[in-house]
Ligand binder design. Sequence first.
Ligand code: LLP
Length: 421
Amino acid sequence: MDHFLYRDGVLHAEDVPLAEIARAVGTPFYCYSTATLTRHFRLFDEALDGMEHLVCYAMKAASNQAILRTLAGLGAGMDVVSGGEYMRARAAGVPGERIVFSGVGKTRDEMRLALEGGIRQFNVESEPEMRALSEVAASLGVVAPITVRVNPDVDAKTHAKIATGKSENKFGIPISRASAVYAEAAALPGLEVIGIDVHIGSQLTELEPFRQAYQKVADLTEELRAEGHDIRRLDLGGGLGIPYTRSNEAPPLPTEYGALIRETLGHLGCEIEIEPGRLVAGNAGILVSEVIYVKEGEGRDFLILDAAMNDLIRPAMYDAHHDIVPVVEPAPGVEQTPYDVVGPVCESGDTFARGRMLPPLAEGELVAFRSAGAYGAVMSSEYNTRPLIPEVLVNGREFAVIRARPTFDEMINRDTIPEWL
Ligand code: LLP
Protein backbone atom coordinates (compact mmCIF):
# COMPACT_ATOMS: atom_id res chain seq x y z
CA MET A 1 0.00 0.00 0.00
CA ASP A 2 1.19 3.50 -0.74
CA HIS A 3 -0.07 7.06 -0.57
CA PHE A 4 0.08 7.95 -4.28
CA LEU A 5 -3.55 7.87 -5.31
CA TYR A 6 -5.80 9.60 -7.82
CA ARG A 7 -8.04 12.19 -6.29
CA ASP A 8 -10.30 14.49 -8.29
CA GLY A 9 -8.74 13.04 -11.43
CA VAL A 10 -5.15 13.91 -10.52
CA LEU A 11 -2.44 11.75 -8.96
CA HIS A 12 -1.60 12.98 -5.47
CA ALA A 13 1.26 12.34 -3.12
CA GLU A 14 -0.69 12.16 0.14
CA ASP A 15 -2.71 15.41 0.02
CA VAL A 16 -0.59 17.22 -2.55
CA PRO A 17 -1.41 17.14 -6.27
CA LEU A 18 1.73 16.16 -8.16
CA ALA A 19 1.11 18.85 -10.75
CA GLU A 20 1.54 21.42 -7.99
CA ILE A 21 4.97 20.04 -7.11
CA ALA A 22 5.90 19.90 -10.78
CA ARG A 23 5.04 23.59 -11.12
CA ALA A 24 7.13 24.44 -8.08
CA VAL A 25 10.28 22.40 -8.78
CA GLY A 26 10.14 21.53 -12.49
CA THR A 27 10.47 18.03 -13.90
CA PRO A 28 11.80 15.42 -13.57
CA PHE A 29 11.82 14.93 -9.80
CA TYR A 30 11.60 12.22 -7.17
CA CYS A 31 8.79 12.47 -4.67
CA TYR A 32 8.53 10.52 -1.41
CA SER A 33 5.63 10.03 0.96
CA THR A 34 6.27 10.33 4.70
CA ALA A 35 3.12 8.30 5.42
CA THR A 36 4.28 5.38 3.26
CA LEU A 37 7.80 5.43 4.69
CA THR A 38 6.34 5.44 8.18
CA ARG A 39 3.85 2.70 7.45
CA HIS A 40 6.45 0.41 5.91
CA PHE A 41 8.97 0.91 8.68
CA ARG A 42 6.30 0.21 11.31
CA LEU A 43 5.22 -2.98 9.52
CA PHE A 44 8.70 -4.41 10.08
CA ASP A 45 9.01 -3.06 13.58
CA GLU A 46 5.65 -4.53 14.59
CA ALA A 47 6.37 -7.83 12.85
CA LEU A 48 9.18 -8.35 15.36
CA ASP A 49 7.14 -7.26 18.37
CA GLY A 50 7.87 -9.30 21.44
CA MET A 51 11.43 -10.13 20.35
CA GLU A 52 14.29 -7.84 21.26
CA HIS A 53 15.06 -6.24 17.92
CA LEU A 54 16.31 -3.30 15.89
CA VAL A 55 15.23 -2.54 12.33
CA CYS A 56 18.32 -1.09 10.65
CA TYR A 57 17.15 0.58 7.46
CA ALA A 58 19.51 -0.26 4.56
CA MET A 59 20.12 3.35 3.62
CA LYS A 60 21.69 2.45 0.28
CA ALA A 61 18.08 2.22 -0.96
CA ALA A 62 17.38 5.93 -0.47
CA SER A 63 19.73 7.95 1.66
CA ASN A 64 18.50 11.52 1.66
CA GLN A 65 18.95 12.87 5.16
CA ALA A 66 15.29 13.88 5.40
CA ILE A 67 14.34 10.24 4.79
CA LEU A 68 16.88 9.03 7.33
CA ARG A 69 15.65 11.52 9.90
CA THR A 70 12.04 10.50 9.31
CA LEU A 71 12.91 6.85 9.92
CA ALA A 72 15.31 7.51 12.80
CA GLY A 73 12.50 9.43 14.48
CA LEU A 74 10.46 6.22 14.41
CA GLY A 75 13.26 4.32 16.11
CA ALA A 76 15.13 2.97 13.08
CA GLY A 77 18.79 2.08 13.15
CA MET A 78 20.82 2.29 9.94
CA ASP A 79 22.72 -0.25 7.89
CA VAL A 80 25.62 1.53 6.18
CA VAL A 81 28.10 0.25 3.60
CA SER A 82 30.60 3.07 3.26
CA GLY A 83 32.26 5.88 5.15
CA GLY A 84 30.03 8.28 3.23
CA GLU A 85 26.87 6.51 4.35
CA TYR A 86 28.18 6.43 7.92
CA MET A 87 28.77 10.19 7.86
CA ARG A 88 25.42 10.82 6.23
CA ALA A 89 23.60 8.80 8.90
CA ARG A 90 25.44 10.68 11.62
CA ALA A 91 24.65 14.01 9.95
CA ALA A 92 20.98 13.01 9.94
CA GLY A 93 21.21 12.56 13.72
CA VAL A 94 21.53 8.78 13.99
CA PRO A 95 23.71 7.83 16.97
CA GLY A 96 26.61 5.45 16.39
CA GLU A 97 25.11 2.78 18.61
CA ARG A 98 22.26 2.42 16.11
CA ILE A 99 24.50 2.04 13.05
CA VAL A 100 25.71 -1.29 11.69
CA PHE A 101 28.50 -1.34 9.13
CA SER A 102 28.09 -3.88 6.32
CA GLY A 103 30.00 -4.29 3.06
CA VAL A 104 32.55 -6.56 1.51
CA GLY A 105 35.45 -4.13 1.28
CA LYS A 106 35.58 -1.81 4.26
CA THR A 107 38.82 0.13 4.23
CA ARG A 108 40.95 0.83 7.30
CA ASP A 109 39.99 4.50 7.05
CA GLU A 110 36.31 3.58 7.13
CA MET A 111 36.88 1.31 10.12
CA ARG A 112 38.69 4.11 11.95
CA LEU A 113 35.92 6.58 11.15
CA ALA A 114 33.25 4.30 12.58
CA LEU A 115 35.28 3.23 15.62
CA GLU A 116 36.01 6.82 16.53
CA GLY A 117 32.48 8.01 15.87
CA GLY A 118 30.73 5.08 17.53
CA ILE A 119 29.30 1.94 15.97
CA ARG A 120 26.85 -0.77 16.95
CA GLN A 121 28.72 -3.51 15.13
CA PHE A 122 30.70 -4.37 12.04
CA ASN A 123 29.42 -7.19 9.86
CA VAL A 124 32.75 -8.69 8.84
CA GLU A 125 32.88 -10.41 5.46
CA SER A 126 36.30 -12.08 5.26
CA GLU A 127 39.32 -13.12 7.27
CA PRO A 128 41.60 -10.40 5.83
CA GLU A 129 39.00 -7.79 6.73
CA MET A 130 38.70 -9.25 10.21
CA ARG A 131 42.46 -9.04 10.73
CA ALA A 132 42.52 -5.45 9.45
CA LEU A 133 39.72 -4.48 11.84
CA SER A 134 41.54 -6.15 14.71
CA GLU A 135 44.66 -4.09 13.93
CA VAL A 136 42.78 -0.83 13.58
CA ALA A 137 40.75 -1.33 16.76
CA ALA A 138 43.79 -2.43 18.76
CA SER A 139 45.79 0.58 17.51
CA LEU A 140 42.99 2.88 18.71
CA GLY A 141 42.77 1.02 22.01
CA VAL A 142 39.11 0.12 21.49
CA VAL A 143 37.13 -3.07 20.99
CA ALA A 144 35.10 -3.53 17.80
CA PRO A 145 31.88 -5.52 18.21
CA ILE A 146 31.53 -7.89 15.26
CA THR A 147 29.33 -10.41 13.59
CA VAL A 148 30.67 -12.50 10.73
CA ARG A 149 28.59 -12.59 7.58
CA VAL A 150 28.11 -16.17 6.52
CA ASN A 151 27.25 -17.22 3.02
CA PRO A 152 24.66 -19.99 3.46
CA ASP A 153 24.77 -21.14 -0.20
CA VAL A 154 21.05 -20.59 -0.68
CA ASP A 155 19.43 -19.66 -3.97
CA ALA A 156 17.50 -16.43 -3.37
CA LYS A 157 15.59 -16.91 -6.66
CA THR A 158 16.01 -13.31 -7.66
CA HIS A 159 17.81 -11.41 -10.45
CA ALA A 160 21.41 -12.67 -10.72
CA LYS A 161 22.83 -9.17 -10.20
CA ILE A 162 21.19 -8.85 -6.79
CA ALA A 163 21.54 -12.42 -5.47
CA THR A 164 24.23 -12.64 -2.80
CA GLY A 165 23.78 -15.88 -0.90
CA LYS A 166 25.20 -18.50 -3.27
CA SER A 167 28.72 -19.79 -2.86
CA GLU A 168 29.77 -18.21 -6.17
CA ASN A 169 28.89 -14.73 -4.86
CA LYS A 170 31.58 -12.53 -3.34
CA PHE A 171 29.71 -12.03 -0.06
CA GLY A 172 30.45 -13.43 3.38
CA ILE A 173 32.47 -16.47 4.34
CA PRO A 174 31.34 -19.99 3.41
CA ILE A 175 29.21 -21.23 6.28
CA SER A 176 31.27 -24.44 6.31
CA ARG A 177 34.31 -22.40 7.41
CA ALA A 178 32.44 -20.45 10.08
CA SER A 179 33.75 -22.47 13.02
CA ALA A 180 37.39 -21.81 12.12
CA VAL A 181 36.78 -18.12 11.38
CA TYR A 182 34.98 -17.58 14.69
CA ALA A 183 37.82 -19.30 16.52
CA GLU A 184 40.29 -16.92 14.89
CA ALA A 185 38.06 -13.90 15.65
CA ALA A 186 37.87 -14.85 19.32
CA ALA A 187 41.65 -14.99 19.51
CA LEU A 188 42.32 -11.66 17.81
CA PRO A 189 42.85 -8.52 19.90
CA GLY A 190 40.43 -5.60 19.52
CA LEU A 191 37.45 -7.72 18.46
CA GLU A 192 34.41 -8.91 20.37
CA VAL A 193 32.30 -11.55 18.67
CA ILE A 194 28.65 -10.83 19.38
CA GLY A 195 26.68 -12.57 16.67
CA ILE A 196 26.10 -13.82 13.15
CA ASP A 197 25.10 -11.93 10.01
CA VAL A 198 23.44 -13.18 6.84
CA HIS A 199 21.95 -11.49 3.77
CA ILE A 200 21.05 -13.59 0.75
CA GLY A 201 19.83 -11.11 -1.82
CA SER A 202 17.33 -8.47 -2.74
CA GLN A 203 13.79 -8.44 -4.16
CA LEU A 204 12.97 -11.91 -2.82
CA THR A 205 9.38 -12.78 -3.56
CA GLU A 206 9.17 -16.03 -1.60
CA LEU A 207 9.87 -16.90 2.02
CA GLU A 208 11.46 -20.28 1.30
CA PRO A 209 15.02 -19.02 0.65
CA PHE A 210 14.87 -17.00 3.88
CA ARG A 211 13.68 -20.12 5.73
CA GLN A 212 16.60 -22.15 4.41
CA ALA A 213 19.13 -19.46 5.30
CA TYR A 214 17.70 -18.77 8.76
CA GLN A 215 17.59 -22.46 9.63
CA LYS A 216 21.27 -22.67 8.79
CA VAL A 217 21.90 -19.64 11.00
CA ALA A 218 19.96 -21.31 13.83
CA ASP A 219 22.09 -24.43 13.55
CA LEU A 220 25.24 -22.36 13.39
CA THR A 221 24.22 -20.40 16.49
CA GLU A 222 23.97 -23.61 18.50
CA GLU A 223 27.24 -24.91 17.08
CA LEU A 224 29.15 -21.72 17.84
CA ARG A 225 27.66 -21.48 21.33
CA ALA A 226 28.78 -25.05 21.97
CA GLU A 227 32.26 -23.94 20.94
CA GLY A 228 32.15 -21.23 23.57
CA HIS A 229 31.12 -18.13 21.61
CA ASP A 230 28.57 -15.80 23.15
CA ILE A 231 26.24 -15.48 20.16
CA ARG A 232 23.61 -13.00 21.27
CA ARG A 233 22.67 -10.99 18.17
CA LEU A 234 21.54 -12.21 14.76
CA ASP A 235 21.57 -9.79 11.83
CA LEU A 236 19.29 -11.28 9.19
CA GLY A 237 19.92 -8.81 6.37
CA GLY A 238 17.26 -7.33 4.12
CA GLY A 239 15.81 -8.53 0.87
CA LEU A 240 12.06 -8.80 1.20
CA GLY A 241 10.62 -7.90 -2.20
CA ILE A 242 7.91 -5.45 -3.17
CA PRO A 243 5.14 -5.61 -5.78
CA TYR A 244 6.37 -3.70 -8.84
CA THR A 245 3.16 -4.24 -10.76
CA ARG A 246 -0.38 -3.82 -9.57
CA SER A 247 -1.36 -7.13 -11.12
CA ASN A 248 1.57 -9.08 -9.73
CA GLU A 249 1.03 -11.72 -7.14
CA ALA A 250 1.94 -10.00 -3.89
CA PRO A 251 5.26 -10.96 -2.25
CA PRO A 252 5.11 -12.08 1.39
CA LEU A 253 4.21 -9.40 3.93
CA PRO A 254 6.52 -8.24 6.72
CA THR A 255 4.16 -9.93 9.21
CA GLU A 256 4.72 -13.29 7.49
CA TYR A 257 8.44 -12.60 7.36
CA GLY A 258 8.41 -11.74 11.08
CA ALA A 259 6.55 -14.96 11.85
CA LEU A 260 9.19 -16.91 9.94
CA ILE A 261 11.95 -15.28 11.98
CA ARG A 262 10.17 -16.15 15.22
CA GLU A 263 9.63 -19.71 14.04
CA THR A 264 13.19 -20.39 12.86
CA LEU A 265 15.16 -18.32 15.37
CA GLY A 266 12.86 -17.28 18.22
CA HIS A 267 13.91 -20.11 20.52
CA LEU A 268 17.52 -18.93 20.60
CA GLY A 269 16.84 -15.83 22.72
CA CYS A 270 19.00 -13.64 20.48
CA GLU A 271 18.44 -10.00 19.71
CA ILE A 272 17.23 -9.76 16.11
CA GLU A 273 18.38 -7.18 13.61
CA ILE A 274 17.02 -6.82 10.10
CA GLU A 275 18.18 -4.54 7.29
CA PRO A 276 15.27 -3.85 4.94
CA GLY A 277 15.80 -1.19 2.30
CA ARG A 278 13.56 -1.70 -0.70
CA LEU A 279 10.40 -2.54 1.22
CA VAL A 280 10.72 0.59 3.34
CA ALA A 281 11.47 3.06 0.55
CA GLY A 282 10.49 1.43 -2.76
CA ASN A 283 6.80 2.13 -2.88
CA ALA A 284 7.26 5.28 -0.83
CA GLY A 285 8.73 7.08 -3.83
CA ILE A 286 7.85 7.92 -7.41
CA LEU A 287 9.64 9.63 -10.25
CA VAL A 288 7.64 12.29 -12.06
CA SER A 289 8.58 13.19 -15.61
CA GLU A 290 7.18 15.21 -18.49
CA VAL A 291 6.58 14.03 -22.03
CA ILE A 292 8.89 16.05 -24.29
CA TYR A 293 7.81 14.57 -27.61
CA VAL A 294 5.70 11.79 -29.00
CA LYS A 295 7.56 10.44 -32.00
CA GLU A 296 6.10 8.15 -34.59
CA GLY A 297 8.54 5.36 -35.31
CA GLU A 298 8.22 2.40 -37.60
CA GLY A 299 5.58 0.13 -36.12
CA ARG A 300 5.80 1.90 -32.78
CA ASP A 301 5.41 5.23 -31.09
CA PHE A 302 8.11 6.58 -28.83
CA LEU A 303 7.21 8.50 -25.73
CA ILE A 304 10.27 10.68 -25.18
CA LEU A 305 10.46 11.80 -21.55
CA ASP A 306 12.61 14.35 -19.78
CA ALA A 307 13.75 11.62 -17.36
CA ALA A 308 16.42 9.21 -18.54
CA MET A 309 18.51 6.23 -17.57
CA ASN A 310 20.82 8.48 -15.56
CA ASP A 311 17.86 9.35 -13.31
CA LEU A 312 16.46 5.82 -12.96
CA ILE A 313 18.85 3.12 -14.08
CA ARG A 314 16.93 0.04 -12.93
CA PRO A 315 15.23 -0.75 -16.26
CA ALA A 316 18.54 -0.48 -18.17
CA MET A 317 20.53 -2.36 -15.54
CA TYR A 318 18.21 -5.13 -14.40
CA ASP A 319 15.47 -5.06 -17.06
CA ALA A 320 13.35 -3.89 -14.15
CA HIS A 321 9.69 -3.13 -14.62
CA HIS A 322 8.26 0.09 -13.18
CA ASP A 323 4.60 0.88 -13.63
CA ILE A 324 4.19 4.15 -15.51
CA VAL A 325 0.98 6.08 -14.99
CA PRO A 326 -0.30 9.41 -16.28
CA VAL A 327 -0.57 12.09 -13.60
CA VAL A 328 -3.95 13.13 -14.96
CA GLU A 329 -6.25 10.18 -14.48
CA PRO A 330 -7.40 8.74 -17.80
CA ALA A 331 -11.13 8.82 -18.48
CA PRO A 332 -12.73 5.45 -17.78
CA GLY A 333 -12.70 3.16 -20.79
CA VAL A 334 -10.17 5.21 -22.74
CA GLU A 335 -8.34 3.03 -25.24
CA GLN A 336 -4.69 2.33 -24.46
CA THR A 337 -1.92 2.29 -27.03
CA PRO A 338 1.55 0.73 -26.91
CA TYR A 339 4.50 3.08 -26.44
CA ASP A 340 8.22 2.58 -26.22
CA VAL A 341 8.98 4.84 -23.27
CA VAL A 342 12.46 6.33 -23.59
CA GLY A 343 14.68 9.10 -22.26
CA PRO A 344 16.82 11.62 -24.15
CA VAL A 345 20.21 9.98 -23.43
CA CYS A 346 22.23 8.94 -26.45
CA GLU A 347 22.05 5.18 -26.19
CA SER A 348 19.42 2.59 -26.93
CA GLY A 349 19.66 1.25 -23.39
CA ASP A 350 17.93 4.45 -22.34
CA THR A 351 14.60 2.68 -22.63
CA PHE A 352 12.25 2.43 -19.67
CA ALA A 353 9.70 0.14 -21.30
CA ARG A 354 8.86 -1.35 -24.68
CA GLY A 355 5.32 -1.69 -25.97
CA ARG A 356 3.93 -0.34 -22.72
CA MET A 357 0.15 0.06 -22.88
CA LEU A 358 -0.80 3.59 -21.87
CA PRO A 359 -3.63 5.97 -22.57
CA PRO A 360 -2.80 8.41 -25.38
CA LEU A 361 -0.31 11.01 -24.12
CA ALA A 362 0.78 14.33 -25.57
CA GLU A 363 3.68 16.74 -25.18
CA GLY A 364 3.74 18.49 -21.84
CA GLU A 365 1.79 15.81 -19.98
CA LEU A 366 3.18 14.33 -16.79
CA VAL A 367 3.76 10.68 -16.03
CA ALA A 368 4.86 8.97 -12.83
CA PHE A 369 7.08 5.91 -12.42
CA ARG A 370 5.83 3.98 -9.46
CA SER A 371 7.96 2.04 -6.98
CA ALA A 372 10.97 4.26 -7.67
CA GLY A 373 11.75 5.20 -4.08
CA ALA A 374 14.40 2.53 -3.56
CA TYR A 375 17.55 2.36 -5.71
CA GLY A 376 16.27 5.30 -7.74
CA ALA A 377 17.79 8.65 -6.79
CA VAL A 378 20.74 6.98 -5.09
CA MET A 379 21.82 5.24 -8.29
CA SER A 380 21.46 8.29 -10.50
CA SER A 381 24.34 10.02 -12.23
CA GLU A 382 25.09 13.13 -14.25
CA TYR A 383 25.68 11.18 -17.44
CA ASN A 384 25.24 13.43 -20.48
CA THR A 385 25.82 16.32 -18.02
CA ARG A 386 22.24 16.08 -16.91
CA PRO A 387 21.85 17.57 -13.43
CA LEU A 388 20.81 15.21 -10.64
CA ILE A 389 17.10 15.67 -10.26
CA PRO A 390 15.48 17.13 -7.14
CA GLU A 391 14.02 15.07 -4.34
CA VAL A 392 10.81 16.20 -2.66
CA LEU A 393 9.29 14.90 0.57
CA VAL A 394 5.56 15.15 1.16
CA ASN A 395 3.95 15.08 4.57
CA GLY A 396 0.16 15.45 4.48
CA ARG A 397 -0.57 18.76 2.76
CA GLU A 398 3.05 19.94 3.02
CA PHE A 399 5.96 19.33 0.73
CA ALA A 400 9.60 20.32 0.83
CA VAL A 401 12.52 20.06 -1.55
CA ILE A 402 14.97 17.81 0.28
CA ARG A 403 17.62 17.95 -2.44
CA ALA A 404 17.64 20.80 -4.92
CA ARG A 405 18.47 20.47 -8.58
CA PRO A 406 22.01 21.78 -9.09
CA THR A 407 22.54 24.58 -11.56
CA PHE A 408 24.64 23.99 -14.65
CA ASP A 409 27.35 26.16 -13.07
CA GLU A 410 27.39 24.07 -9.90
CA MET A 411 27.86 20.96 -11.98
CA ILE A 412 30.47 22.39 -14.30
CA ASN A 413 32.46 24.20 -11.62
CA ARG A 414 33.27 20.95 -9.86
CA ASP A 415 35.84 20.34 -12.59
CA THR A 416 39.20 22.00 -12.19
CA ILE A 417 41.47 22.74 -15.10
CA PRO A 418 45.21 22.22 -14.47
CA GLU A 419 47.31 25.35 -14.80
CA TRP A 420 49.20 24.03 -17.81
CA LEU A 421 46.04 24.16 -19.91
N1 LLP B 1 21.72 -5.62 3.70
C1 LLP B 1 22.72 -5.84 2.83
C2 LLP B 1 23.99 -6.37 3.34
C3 LLP B 1 22.55 -5.57 1.46
O1 LLP B 1 23.55 -5.80 0.62
C4 LLP B 1 21.31 -5.06 0.99
C5 LLP B 1 21.11 -4.76 -0.42
C6 LLP B 1 20.30 -4.84 1.94
C7 LLP B 1 20.53 -5.13 3.27
C8 LLP B 1 18.96 -4.28 1.56
O2 LLP B 1 18.26 -5.15 0.73
P1 LLP B 1 16.75 -4.80 0.32
O3 LLP B 1 15.91 -4.93 1.57
O4 LLP B 1 16.73 -3.41 -0.20
O5 LLP B 1 16.41 -5.79 -0.70
N2 LLP B 1 20.29 -1.86 -6.81
C9 LLP B 1 19.52 -3.09 -6.78
C10 LLP B 1 19.41 -3.66 -5.38
C11 LLP B 1 20.75 -3.91 -4.74
C12 LLP B 1 20.66 -4.47 -3.34
C13 LLP B 1 21.98 -4.48 -2.68
N3 LLP B 1 22.00 -4.89 -1.33
C14 LLP B 1 18.15 -2.81 -7.38
O6 LLP B 1 17.90 -1.70 -7.83
O7 LLP B 1 17.32 -3.73 -7.47
